[in-house]
Design a protein around this ligand. Structure first.
Ligand SMILES: Cc1cc2nc3c(=O)[nH]c(=O)nc-3n(C[C@H](O)[C@H](O)[C@H](O)COP(=O)(O)OP(=O)(O)OC[C@H]3O[C@@H](n4cnc5c(N)ncnc54)[C@H](O)[C@@H]3O)c2cc1C
Length: 471
């Protein structure tokens, strides 16, 4: 076991030796006391520096739990290819710690400050998800501070197996993951990319189905697959293969912009680290809202702030002070609705979704990421069918409301279409479901059982309240 906390983490409360170590145990005891000291009825939240939620807090007073002691990698074991990781550790730190051993997590979400606990409780998807499923599927054990103040260890086979299985998509409403044991896989130093162009959604989605069957496209091995839709007649699948060599290496943290490069040369090489964060520098394409893609502004914008967390903070400020809304109103422009969502649609219906989205909402680009559960059993609170190939479509931005249109105009249509096509919607952003619909989509019966067992007094918000009611 290699203890990496000594080099990566100056925090003395971090836990040499992992969850059994004295430092970790003391941090757990402090957290339990802090939690017990919060008066009943006062809303609780994690006091974290970063977030990737797209629901902005309603300003109610809540007690922030200091979880900084759980923001580090505890240990990486190259022998068993596993790591023990604090629940609030960012994937940026986690990937650095594991790549140092030639290993990486089975799924690394594309934004640097997404944390392991956030991706497990809030779901995550990335370009290895067709091979490796979702982040929670490579977790073997979790230590969780439950809503009723206990600290329990949950695995697939122990007395807390129901919590282990119900934790994904519970968004911190049953408890907080303090540490997680995860599987790792070997990573080569480079990724060899090829971009395949399609001029209609049907051909593109058929190619996704073919990759799911064969594990490659055009003879190129598909260790990684994702896609970018610029329009119904211009979309790309980007297929990446681990490579031991990098004959040339691109760098998209400087003048060049990764998502634009997809339309250029058909082939590319990146270091594996640059590949993992290829979309972070420009928050996929969302940095264009700040002008960062204009050469003059890009040069002036310090490189260390070309990161998704910087842009997310700017959006949060804009939402809080309603700056762009006020500007639009002043210029006589229509009000805009936030349409920031990730949805999963069965691959067979993916082309229909793209045509619906282009016709009704019209935002572009759209991100595509194929995925398939790694497990043979479904996960209760996000009931995707084992064996079924889905495509995650991600779209992040705003759309102008038609005359008379109110907030929810686009998002409600998307929710209806997702259901009609047999898909699911992630809950990190706004939702408009009624309580009954929500319970039907996200297994309300199983959730209620877990809530009774692990948070009977409702100290943490309920899932519907957290994900739908609080806008
Ligand atoms: C523009 C955009 C792009 C995105 N792209 C991707 C992507 O490419 N891949 C991907 O996988 N996801 C993506 N997401 C979604 C993102 O993964 C989720 O929002 C995720 O939940 C964020 O994790 P976080 O660590 O930032 O958690 P936070 O935003 O801090 O929290 C999210 C929720 O999880 C809870 N939570 C956080 N940590 C824990 C814990 N340790 N235990 C229990 N509950 C906890 C919080 O209470 C909160 O309810 C994207 C989101 C946006 C807005």
């Amino acid at each position: 076991m290699t203890d990496v906390t000594g080099t990566k983490n100056p925090d003395p409360s971090a836990a040499p030796g992992g969850p059994a170590g004295a430092g970790y145990q003391a941090a757990v005891a402090r957290l339990r006391n802090a939690y017990a000291a919060i008066p009943p009825g006062q809303p609780v939240r994690l006091a974290k520096r970063t977030s990737n939620l797209f629901r902005f807090r309603d300003g109610r007073r809540s007690a922030g739990l200091d979880v900084s002691a759980f923001g580090h990698v505890l240990c990486v074991d190259p022998e068993t290819r596993t790591a023990v990781v604090g629940g609030m550790t960012t994937y940026e730190d986690l990937a650095d710690a594991t790549l140092a051993h030639g290993l990486m997590p089975l799924v690394v979400p594309e934004l640097k400050t997404i944390t392991l606990g956030g991706a497990v409780t809030g779901l995550g998807v990335e370009s290895t998800s067709l091979r490796n499923g979702l982040p929670h599927e490579s977790v073997t054990e979790m230590q969780i501070l439950t809503g009723d103040g206990r600290v329990v260890t949950a695995t697939a086979a122990n007395e807390h197996a129901a919590l282990y299985r119900g934790f994904p998509n519970s968004y911190g409403t049953l408890g907080y993951a303090l540490s997680l044991t995860i599987e790792l896989e070997p990573a080569a130093p480079f990724v060899h990319l090829r971009h395949f162009r399609f001029d209609n959604p049907e051909a593109c989605l058929e190619a996704v189905a073919q990759i799911a069957r064969d594990g490659s496209l055009g003879g190129h091995r598909a260790d990684f697959v994702d896609g970018t839709v610029f329009g119904l007649d211009e979309m790309y699948l980007t297929v990446g293969a681990f490579s031991d060599v990098g004959p040339w290496l691109s760098d998209y943290t400087r003048e060049r912009i990764y998502y634009q490069s997809i339309r250029g040369p058909k082939e590319d090489f990146l270091t594996v680290r640059d590949y993992l964060w290829r979309c972070d520098t420009d928050w996929f394409w969302c940095s264009r809202a700040f002008g960062v893609q204009k050469p003059v502004i890009r040069r002036a914008w310090p490189r260390r702030y070309r990161r998704s967390d910087t842009y997310r903070r700017l959006v949060a400020l804009d939402r809080r002070y309603r700056l762009s809304a006020a500007l639009d109103a002043r210029r006589g422009r229509p009000a805009r609705e936030f349409v920031t969502q990730d949805v999963e649609i069965p691959v067979e219906r993916g082309a229909e979704f793209l045509r619906f989205f282009a016709g009704r909402v019209g935002m572009s680009p759209v991100w595509m990421c194929p995925l398939r559960l790694r497990s043979e059993r479904a996960w209760p609170l996000y009931p995707m069918r084992p064996g079924q190939v889905y495509v995650n479509f991600g779209f992040w931005g705003t759309a102008p409301l038609p005359p008379g249109g109110a907030d929810g105009h686009f998002n409600r249509q998307i929710e209806e279409q997702v259901t009609a096509l047999g898909g699911h919607k992630g809950l990190y952003s706004t939702s408009y479901y009624s309580e009954e619909e929500f319970a039907e989509r996200y297994n309300g019966a199983e959730y209620a059982k877990l809530k009774r067992e692990y948070d009977p007094d409702g100290r943490l918000a309920g899932l519907y309240q957290k994900c739908v009611t609080v806008k």
